[in-house]
Design a protein around this ligand. Structure first.
Ligand SMILES: *Cc1c(COP(=O)(O)O)cnc(C)c1O
Length: 368
């Protein structure tokens, strides 16, 4: 089979999505599935829909457009505030967008009117992670302005934590978000359909509280795809953490000395490395590299150690394994590697359902 390849188990994705929906719905929280980690893959979107997901989110309007143009009839949410230069596409393809700038929302309104369409807006509130979000002191005035705009439905507020800075969602800051929602409803006599508390980093908050307040939605990517929360990267009970398997092939296997020869200068990425003298070792060279993986985060599923990589070669300490030239090595992947693998033209994507797909079908599906 082709190597390197990324094997994607759709049954495991469905399982994870179902488990998370059951868990979060026990306290009245719906889940919007975020597909940015998988390039908006339509195979994965279909699997999510089969698992009961009714709302799909992505920060890239191109991914949402691809989904809508393929005829996938599901609520779409743009989860990065729109660029002023993409407003027309946003109104056309996204049912909902997350926003933090009134000038952008005004432009959305103008274009929505032109298209005789209503566009739904969730106002993002800054709760401490310091990425997108309106400052709490500006909320009141901005909400009033949004409510007056034609073609725009303010359907909710949201927050995003633990992305740029790792700021943790807590009982306290989530209660604050809830309180902000309550004030907006009371002052303006409106009902907010969505109070979107965050992402996969909200798992611990959710587990630790019985009172989720008005928070009734989370936008989950990594939890569904990789089965873990994202504050400590701990596995979430009952979820699969091996939805994705990276497979790479051994192209050289030799016993070599562990310490490079002669004077050591910069490596191919401008780093100066240090090496221990560990005598002779069996070293496996694999046909993959930093072009497609984040080597500090992938984990071989057999007992080998990653020694290093250049852009296109990965070297393992083969230890006592029976690896030889032509052997395949399986790896667990993390989110940053997934982000590189999915769009890579050098890595075949193979989707597996109940039964492994035939190779032909898999090749056809690759790169979707
Ligand atoms: C990426 C992102 C998410 C999903 O984050 P995960 O950690 O993958 O759950 C949710 N909301 C916004 C605004 C995002 O940018």
């Amino acid at each position: 089979m082709t190597a390197p390849r990324l094997e994607i188990n759709l049954e495991k994705i469905k399982h994870n999505a179902r488990e998370l929906q059951n868990l979060f719905s026990s306290k009245g929280i719906s889940i919007t599935a975020v597909t940015k980690g998988v390039l908006g893959s339509l195979d994965i979107v279909h699997a999510l829909i089969e698992s009961g997901i009714t709302s799909i989110a992505n920060p890239y309007i191109a991914s949402i457009r691809k989904m809508k143009e393929a005829g996938v009839d599901i609520q779409s949410m743009l989860i990065r505030p729109p660029m002023m230069s993409e407003i027309e596409e946003v109104v056309k393809y996204a049912d909902i967008s997350l926003n933090s700038e009134i000038c952008t929302i005004k432009l959305l309104s103008e274009y929505a009117l032109k298209c005789r369409k209503n566009h739904k807006v969730i106002l993002m509130v800054e709760m401490g992670d310091l990425r997108e979000g309106i400052l709490p002191c500006d909320i009141e005035r901005t909400v009033e302005e949004i409510i007056d705009l034609q073609g725009i439905d303010l359907i909710g507020i949201g927050a995003n934590m633990a992305c740029l800075s790792g700021a943790k969602p807590t009982v306290k800051n989530m209660a604050e978000l809830s309180c902000i929602a309550e004030q907006i409803q009371r002052k303006n006599g409106i009902e907010l359909e969505i109070v979107s508390g965050g992402n996969s980093a909200n798992y611990e908050w959710f587990i630790s509280t019985d009172d989720v307040g008005l928070i009734n939605n989370l936008r989950l990517g990594e939890a569904i795809l990789l089965g873990c929360e994202t504050l400590y990267r701990k596995k979430i009970p009952n979820l699969y953490t091996d939805v994705f398997t990276l497979v790479a092939e051994v192209i050289e296997l030799k016993t070599k000395y562990s310490k490079p020869a002669g004077e050591i200068c910069q490596d191919s990425f401008g780093n100066k490395l240090e090496f221990q003298d560990r005598g002779y070792m069996r070293r496996a060279v694999l046909g993959i590299g930093k072009q497609d993986i984040d080597i500090s985060r992938i984990k071989p599923r057999i007992d080998t150690d990653i020694i290093g990589a250049s852009s296109d070669h990965l070297v393992l300490d083969a230890k006592e394994t029976d690896l030889r030239v032509g052997s395949e090595v399986e790896f667990d992947v993390n989110y940053s590697t997934l982000l590189k693998l999915m769009p890579s033209p050098y890595v075949e994507k193979m989707y597996f359902s109940d039964q492994p797909l035939s190779v032909e079908a898999a090749v056809k599906n690759a790169g979707k």
